[in-house]
Design a protein around this ligand. Structure first.
Ligand SMILES: Nc1ncnc2c1ncn2[C@@H]1O[C@H](COP(=O)(O)OP(=O)(O)OP(=O)(O)O)[C@@H](O)[C@H]1O
Ligand SMILES: [Mg+2]
Length: 487
């Protein structure tokens, strides 16, 4: 579809209008100029011939007779010149009339006498000719002896008309073709001129919070484009600073909260050791310890997310068999599924390797499984699958649970987001599990895609870059830290 408002379209349109106007003006002036020049030249030539006959031949006619006139004119203007020549006396007697020319382009006998004049005068006669008139110059001449003659010299305008018409046709055909070529060229040129903007847009699209260090290519044109790229780069720099500040701030807050929380917990544990505590105080203290634990977990998870985002947690790339990792991790959580009455099945392909940090990847699988178990009612089914597809290794965890509405899917990975509070109120969670999954996956350059339908189920698929199988036995993966992010 043509985007009428697009700068490229408007530039091309203006260019086409200006160019068409110029070409049409040029064509019209060329047409008028050339045809005028041709007619002028023809007039001059006929006038010159009439004058030559009058000056060179007619003075001798009264002395030498009509035979002399005939011989002289036949010699000067043989039939091939295709000139119409007629010499008559003042009383109307024709002394000489040129024969029909070789090309039979006109018949001289049919051409009527031109009106008598006192000076050289041009007339046009369509008689005796085809479609094109004969242009005739009538020149009155008075011989030294006093006799009056009329010299008529004419030429068929067919050749000039044909040439002018040919010029007109070629201009009419040529100008639109030229305009079309020029417009196509103009579109190409504007497209090329716009290409740097496309490159800028593409680079800008690539810049995310994870690669804020990247900059747009500066186009050194010395004009608005260069200024635009420099300004955008400065803006990205300011955003990077602001972003780093926020990341640092949340990391600092989480870090600073950990110590007071530990102190609070330790104090309560000390109090709980006292034997003389009334039961209701003991219950309250136990409750507050539980709440402190919950808060501590949230704080640690927040810290983990900020550190992952800031790149402070080093991802140790090690070859990992994705299928084995998925099965291992799932086995450790089977009890949870059993308690909930949910069936778990595997569909893993062998030799599906990726490079990554085993402990972090376990956390991804554990968090996804935890969600699948939490949000799938009794008798539900969870499928854990791994497979290789081209250069990608894919991990899929699919459940037949409560699902999420389409408009909420995009927000699921945001920290503290919990879809449909009414349905999840009874299910424990802080809304940080998927945010951690997302941060870990981003640190592994993996994509997380979620599809879900309310009441049908949810499928989370994580696409890693596939790696080749390790040559020798790989480092055993850490088996600890398998706990999902319970809160
Ligand atoms: N498999 C799933 N089925 C249905 N809803 C899901 C599923 N996984 C996630 N969700 C929805 O997405 C929200 C965010 O998930 P996330 O794992 O980040 O948080 P959580 O499970 O509520 O808490 P946490 O993981 O911190 O214990 C959940 O509250 C839930 O509404
Ligand atoms: Mg969760």
């Amino acid at each position: 579809m043509i985007k009428v408002k697009a700068l490229r379209f408007r530039m091309s349109l203006w260019y086409a209008i200006v160019l068409s106007a110029c070409l049409i003006a040029y064509g019209a002036s060329m047409y008028i100029g050339v045809s005028g020049y041709l007619y002028r030249t023809l007039r001059k030539s006929i006038e010159h011939d009439a004058r030559t006959i009058a000056d060179k031949v007619l003075p001798n006619v009264s002395a030498k007779g009509a035979a002399y006139l005939q011989a002289a004119l036949n010699e000067m203007y043989p039939e091939v010149t295709a000139r119409f020549i007629r010499v008559s006396t003042g009383s109307g007697t024709v002394l000489y009339a040129s024969p029909r020319p070789f090309d039979k382009s006109f018949d001289p006998t049919l051409i009527p006498f031109s009106p008598i004049t006192e000076q050289s005068q041009f007339t046009k006669s369509v008689h005796g000719a085809g479609r094109f008139p004969i242009l005739i110059d009538v020149l009155p001449y008075t011989a030294p002896t006093g006799e009056l003659y009329f010299v008529e010299v004419g030429a068929n305008t067919q050749r000039i008309s044909t040439m002018v018409r040919g010029l007109g046709v070629s201009l009419l055909l040529g100008i639109p073709i030229l305009i079309a070529i020029a417009i196509a060229g103009g579109i190409l040129v504007t497209r090329n001129a716009m290409q740097p903007l496309d490159d800028i847009a593409e680079s800008a699209e690539r810049i995310t919070s994870r690669n804020f260090g990247e900059r747009l290519p500066v186009i050194e044109t010395g004009d608005e484009l260069e200024r635009l790229t420099i300004s955008l780069n400065r803006m990205i720099e300011r955003l990077q600073d602001a972003f780093a500040h926020i990341e640092r701030f949340s990391a600092d807050v989480s870090h600073e909260l950990r110590t007071p929380l530990s102190i609070l917990r330790a104090e309560r544990e000390l109090l709980l050791q006292r034997k003389d505590l009334p039961n209701d105080v003991r219950d309250k203290l136990l409750n507050s310890v539980e709440e402190i634990d919950r808060l501590s977990r949230i704080v640690s998870q927040l810290l983990e997310i900020s550190q992952l985002k800031a790149g402070a947690i080093k991802v140790d790339p090690f070859p990992i068999d994705l299928g084995k990792l998925a099965v291992n991790t799932t086995e450790q959580m089977l009890l949870l599924a059993e308690i909930k009455g949910v069936k778990v099945s595997y569909d893993t392909q062998p030799d599906c390797y990726i490079e990554g940090d085993g402990a972090l990847l376990r956390q991804v699988i554990a968090n996804l499984l935890d969600n699948a178990i939490k949000y799938t009612p009794e008798h539900g089914h969870i499928r854990v699958a791994t497979r290789r597809s081209g250069s990608r290794a894919i991990l899929e965890i699919e459940d037949t649970g409560i699902g999420v509405a389409e408009q909420d899917i995009a927000k699921m990975c945001e920290p503290f987001y919990r879809a449909d509070a009414a349905r999840t109120r009874t299910i424990a969670g802080a809304g940080l599990g998927l945010a951690i999954v997302k941060s870990i996956c981003t640190a592994h350059a993996a994509d997380v895609a979620i599809t879900s339908a309310v009441g049908v189920g949810t499928k989370v698929s994580v696409q890693f870059r596939a790696a080749s199988a390790p040559a020798k036995l790989s480092k055993p993966e850490p088996m600890s830290d398998l706990r999902p992010t319970e809160t």
